[in-house]
Write a protein that binds this ligand. Sequence first.
Ligand SMILES: Cc1ncc(COP(=O)(O)O)c(C=O)c1O
Length: 438
Amino acid sequence: MHEEEPMKREKGEFLENLYGKLSQDQPGQKEELRYHPHGQLSFEEIRSLDEKYILPTYSRLPVSFVYGSGEFLYDSEGREYLDFLGGIAVTSLGHAPADLIESLTRQADMLWHTSNLFYSQQQVLLARALVEINFPGKVFFCNSGTEANEAALKIMRAYGQKKDKHKFKIISLLNSFHGRTFGSMSVTGQEKIHGGFGPLLPGVEYVTPNNTQELEEKAGPELCGIILEPIQGEGGVLPLEKEFIQKARDICDKHSALLCFDEIQTGMGRCGSYFVYQQLGILPDILTMAKGLGGGFPLGAVLVAEKYCDVLAEGMHGSTFGGNHLACAVAYEVIRTMESRKLVDEVRSKGIYLAAGLKRLGEGFPEHIVGIRGLGLLQGIVLNERLEARRLVEKALDEGLVIGRAGKHVLRLAPPLTVRQASIDQALGKLKSLFSKI
Ligand SMILES: Cc1ncc(COP(=O)(O)O)c(C=O)c1O
């Protein structure tokens, strides 16, 4: 495994600066609303302003991070954490990687935004790289995962409508997650995500994961597309069976429909190949990606196979910010770094190492852990149903470990692809300590 010096920046110096500025404040002034040009608010100040000014759509954990380096995070009170969530599988090269900072600041110095009315060097270079690591086709850029799926759904519908006005059915899977905007929410197979927003997009049918018979029964000539995650991320880090995915491919071919793999969470090297479909040997017609693509800078993309590149014609889709110069410059550097460091190969060996450690952890706590599942550096710890994942995520924070959850009873680990073996050992130690205290 590739080992190198931790990419830690000088934390002491940075925080001293922040707190130095804050300590010059007069105590009474702190309560007033005022501009903090350099000073760092305390956690309680941040929490109270959040309550007052931010819509309550998130169930936040009681911490605010101000600084990051590699796989380490530091909170507003100066405490260090090991980050095994990576902003939900986003900061794939860790926090503040030097190469990304350089490409971002270089681009920031030159040009930020011009819109899609004009040609962009950053977009074409990135699109070419995405095609080269995938399959021949063309790319549409957007800003997030849900937008990438919206574009995919529009392509499916436009493709169907060109053939026959009744060809508009889209199949997605129960327990899936594809995003929060209307189309992506409608194909998300979880009622808790739909609650209170009906009616949803018409023409969507859900199929039980890995049930090939149900898939066959629900498909027909009216089918225009199937969307699925090869590993259901939010649904509990649940890999689909290869036979099921192959059946989806065959059904799309049979009914002349488009197969979309949503690899927003599993893609960009996280599972030990750029995308999971490459390990399965089953090609999609549409591939959606986001999260790790920009290494922490917001960016989404849809790659459409060559045969279907004429489905969306001029004026049929667009985005003001999509493919912004800064985002594309950073994402290009993400791929360049992954290539030069052979990171995808590294992920494979680190993933095996992490999974083996988690398996040992599970064997040590059979009353709490019922299984380990995942691929590469996307791993899920399946808990005994007595245990709420949310509560354990909070307890992990007390241990100085940031992890996530996927569903009610699964803990999700998604460390940066650059994570060092010593940090994996450290995280396993913290998990052991956590489970021994339950
Ligand atoms: C598989 C998958 N698709 C889509 C999305 C939505 O992405 P975003 O939150 O960037 O809109 C997510 C986010 O978790 C995801 O995991």
